[in-house]
Design a protein around this ligand. Structure first.
Ligand SMILES: C[S@@+](CC[C@H](N)C(=O)[O-])C[C@H]1O[C@@H](n2cnc3c(N)ncnc32)[C@H](O)[C@@H]1O
Length: 865
């Protein structure tokens, strides 16, 4: 269900932001490469070359010298268009069949007759023929009728949300994530959301009988504008299983709460079912990168490209990836990906992750997965280039005093001290790295650089290069979290020392920040609930002892009573097992918990604001509990008791009396919202849930018995549970509604239907398309294939509450679907009969013009709210 409706207002709003995916750059006929009379070379808006790019990648050896030319040749060609069918769309089957049986076959036939056309084709490695590639110029589209028809088809289905344009290689990372419908998935750098869309599709795949899946996707992005784009894109999914947040990935909050995890008496304690820490089964870490894998799509990168772009992103990429690993459950899978070819953003980052995590994370060999996808193994050796100079090891960087260069950029990941004082380090002798570097050593020339080779299994990473299968480039690494990540013990120890002074508290804050940046878990409680309990009680004891000591020490350095009580108050909140890894229930780990909590107590106002859910500029997320309104909705639409409403409705408005929209959230999302409330609203949520009910604001609307209508996004989810205000129309009447938008009761082809419509209560209602052969009195079983629209039952007519484009799409789908059942109901004479009736209807009170106004009014409600 779902996936086909979106509001017109949003479309308008994002018109400028969204790329017009099916437009190609304009070319005139004389420069068209497919025009045999063309004298000129194709017009190139950007120079597709950059000497530093050539020099850089030749030296890195990402392709062998003998394939360099074909690599560059393909890199300079425009990228074929690729698109995916939305597998959750009601019309997925129809669309795939149209592509396979109509467009592909017709184009194949034309190509066989000697045309210069390349038929569209499914991407061999993408499951179930759901992803396709096409390669046509504007000129070809203009000249060929099939292509023109295909192009119109793509435009409409994309607008509706049944098809998404996405670069072929960008579709790869979610496929390696092994997502299941019950999984909680974090997409940490998610905007503009093409992979989020895919992840949601996988979550929905095989969800039983139209019910909501157990899992969910949390899509996060640092950039709020891009978050909005993501929200817009994913609206078309009509999903209640998505949360969108706006955080820095490297500082993504670790929501946790162990409060109320016990229920029952002391002797019969049971674990509450709710989640206590926000951890994920799967994480997609599609980090910001220099993006040279998208050169074919974004040729302006040729001009801007330089090797330093990758160096500048390397540390951020590690930080984000490490934070994600700390948010991943033990046993979970994370995919790290970039659309860059550069080893400094790819293999070097993966190598550093493996070094930091030790045995707790492994790089998974996925060579058996998606065998039809051509990819190359990750590199084991590479170099770093900084300001035009090649560096083979960190030693070179030190000699040349290259401050922006860090050891982890190199294959060995070791600094000069590590290399030269290996033995000393092993026996724990403290070595000052500054002393160890011989700054006056001669700088090696490129030829005598000492080559470093990584001893990590980096060949398990994947690099997709453009000339292998006519795509863009991408890098993907699959990581498996085997056990909890190692703690930074030194940091906890040093934190302990700093606890006793105000300055110390500030330093602790920066320590905490560093830990978060490193993404290392000082502890983790992602073990079993039993473990949480054990650790919780042990940590509780230690925390209260250490916290009171801390209070004493603080009181020694401050005479400000308010400050003390503030800390004491916050220290009260620290009774959660933040810092004690279940395995290492050490004092150090416990102390870490206190450090963090005392630190957070001292962060003052900012934190307090967050505790109230007051994220600046972001509407609060509130559970909607107004029983009067909920009951009036339930009664009006006869919503079956089996549909869980209580606890699943949220609003974004503090003022319960003026709630305009009510959103529906799945059980998984509800659990996270619950946790977020318990944990002090750390999540900055920009969007959550599926818009289910909207308040009627028109004059007629506000006089209806129920002031909320069902939104078109929410309809597919609630449809099976509606027992009132619902009617089943014949194909003829359903089509007429879509065509004419508003029909007087007396004008329906099926008079009984018109009568039933007249008997509905004033307000929103649902009109379902009846299967051929079913009569108005038959029982109709609603399922995922059921086609239904929201309508407005007015005083004299029924009007659709669906946007014009959605009406158009439905009409086209119906005509494709019903081509074989050419029944008489839509014969021309019926049309004229209807037109005639409508023409005469003015006598009965509402003129056709008035009907138009009424229909428009209803649609305007849709458009403006
Ligand atoms: C490669 S794009 C992601 C593409 C996206 N996964 C998709 O498939 O549509 C990288 C995204 O990371 C975001 N970003 C940049 N820095 C970030 C950070 N520190 N934390 C989270 N997101 C960040 C950017 O705004 C950008 O949207």
């Amino acid at each position: 269900m779902g996936g086909r409706r979106g509001s017109r207002t949003q479309r308008k709003h994002f018109k400028q932001n969204r790329e017009n995916v099916w437009k190609r750059p304009k070319t005139d006929s004389s420069s068209d490469p497919n025009n045999p009379n063309s004298n000129n070379p194709p017009w190139q808006p950007f120079a597709t070359q950059n000497p530093s790019f050539d020099e850089y990648y030749k030296e890195q050896g990402i392709v062998s010298p003998d394939e360099w030319d074909s690599f560059m040749e393909v890199l300079r060609k425009p990228l074929p268009a690729a698109f995916r069918i939305n597998s959750t769309s009601q019309f997925c089957e129809d669309i795939r069949s149209q592509l396979e049986n109509d467009f592909m076959k017709s184009l194949q036939a034309e190509a066989a007759e000697g045309g210069d056309l390349e038929p569209i084709k499914p991407l061999a490695w993408y499951p179930d023929n759901l992803a396709w590639q096409s390669n046509f110029s504007r000129m070809q589209i203009r000249k060929n009728q099939t292509l023109e028809r295909f192009h119109e088809f793509l435009k409409l289905e994309t607008e509706i949300g049944n098809i998404s344009r996405q670069e072929a290689v960008s579709m790869v990372p979610p496929l390696f994530l092994d997502v299941h419908p019950h999984h909680f998935v974090l997409d940490v750098c998610a905007a503009p959301g093409s992979k989020t869309f895919q992840l949601l599709e996988i979550i929905y795949h095989s969800a039983k009988g139209g019910s909501l899946p157990e899992g969910m996707v949390l899509a996060n992005d640092l950039d709020v504008q891009r978050c909005n784009l993501l929200i817009h894109q994913t609206k078309r999914m009509c999903t209640a299983n998505l949360i969108v947040t706006n955080h820095e990935g490297q500082h993504f909050p670790g929501c946790r709460s162990h409060k109320n995890i016990l229920i029952g008496s002391e002797t019969t304690n049971e674990l509450e079912k709710s989640i206590t820490q926000l951890l994920f089964d799967r994480v997609l870490c599609d980090v910001p990168c220099s993006g040279d894998g998208t050169l074919r799509k974004a040729p302006d990168i040729w001009r801007k490209w330089n090797g330093g772009m990758a160096n500048g992103l390397h540390c951020l990429q590690i930080q984000i990836a490490m934070r994600c690993l700390s948010l991943l459950k033990v046993g979970g899978r994370m995919v790290y990906s970039t659309c860059s070819m550069n080893p400094v953003e790819n293999e070097a980052v993966v190598a550093e992750i493996l070094r930091r995590c030790g045995v707790s994370v492994e790089l998974v060999d996925v060579s058996n997965e998606l065998p039809q996808l051509i990819r190359r193994p990750g590199l084991k050796k590479w170099k770093v280039r900084d300001k035009g100079v090649w560096l083979a090891s960190y030693k070179d960087a030190r000699k040349l005093q290259r401050n922006g260069i860090v050891p982890s950029m190199f294959p060995s990941g070791k600094n000069y001290t590590d290399l030269t004082n290996k033995n000393k380090s092993e026996i724990g002798e403290n070595v000052n790295s500054e002393d160890a570097v011989q700054l006056d050593d001669p700088v090696p020339s490129t030829d005598d650089l000492e080559e470093e080779i990584s001893d990590l299994p980096l060949e398990r990473c994947m690099r997709i290069v453009p000339h292998d299968q006519n795509t863009g480039a991408f890098f993907i690494a699959v990581l498996h979290k085997v056990s909890h990540l190692p703690a930074i013990q030194e940091k906890s120890a040093s934190s302990q020392k700093k606890l006793s002074t105000r300055n110390g508290l500030h330093e602790n804050l920066s320590d905490q920040a560093t830990e978060e940046i490193n993404g290392l878990e000082v502890s983790s409680v992602d073990g079993t609930d039993e473990k949480i309990l054990e650790v919780a009680s042990e940590v509780d004891k230690n925390i209260s002892k250490i916290a009171s000591e801390a209070d004493e020490r603080i009181s020694e350095v401050t005479s400000d009573d308010e400050k003390i009580s503030e800390v004491a108050l916050e220290a009260d909140l620290v009774d959660e097992p933040d810092e004690g890894s279940p395995e290492s229930n050490s004092t150090e780990a416990t102390q870490g918990a206190v450090d963090k909590k005392i630190d957070s107590a001292k962060t003052g106002e900012k934190r307090k604001l967050q505790m109230q859910g007051k994220w600046k500029g972001v509407d609060p997320v509130l559970f909607f509990k107004d029983e009067t309104i909920i009951n009036s909705i339930k009664t009006f639409y006869g919503i079956d008791e089996s549909f869980p409403l209580t606890g699943h409705l949220v609003t974004r408005n503090n003022d319960a009396n003026h709630v305009k929209r009510i959103y529906y959230v799945s059980k998984s999302v509800k659990d996270i919202l619950d946790l977020n409330f318990r944990g002090g609203q750390q999540l900055k949520i920009t969007s959550v849930g599926l818009k289910m009910f909207e308040r009627q604001t028109s004059r007629e609307g506000s006089s209806a018995p129920c002031s909320f209508r069902i939104s078109s996004e929410g309809l597919p989810v609630i449809l099976p549970y509606i027992t009132k205000q619902i009617l089943y129309a014949s194909a003829a009447d359903f089509k007429h509604l879509l065509q004419y938008k508003s029909i007087k009761f007396a004008d329906f082809v099926e008079a009984d239907f018109g009568q039933k419509a007249a008997n509905l209560m004033l307000g929103c209602c649902v009109i379902v398309l009846r299967d051929a052969g079913k009569s108005l009195s038959d029982h109709i079983q609603v399922d995922t294939s059921t086609i239904a629209i929201g309508c407005w039952k007015g005083r004299s007519s029924l009007s659709v509450m669906v946007t014009a484009i959605d009406c158009q799409e439905l009409l086209e789908r119906l005509s494709v679907g019903m081509e074989t059942e050419k029944n008489a109901t839509l014969a021309p004479e019926n049309h004229s009969e209807l037109d005639e009736k409508q023409d005469m209807s003015g006598e009965n009170g509402t003129s056709p013009e008035e009907q138009d106004v009424e229909a428009k009014k209803i649609q305007d409600i849709n458009a403006t709210e």
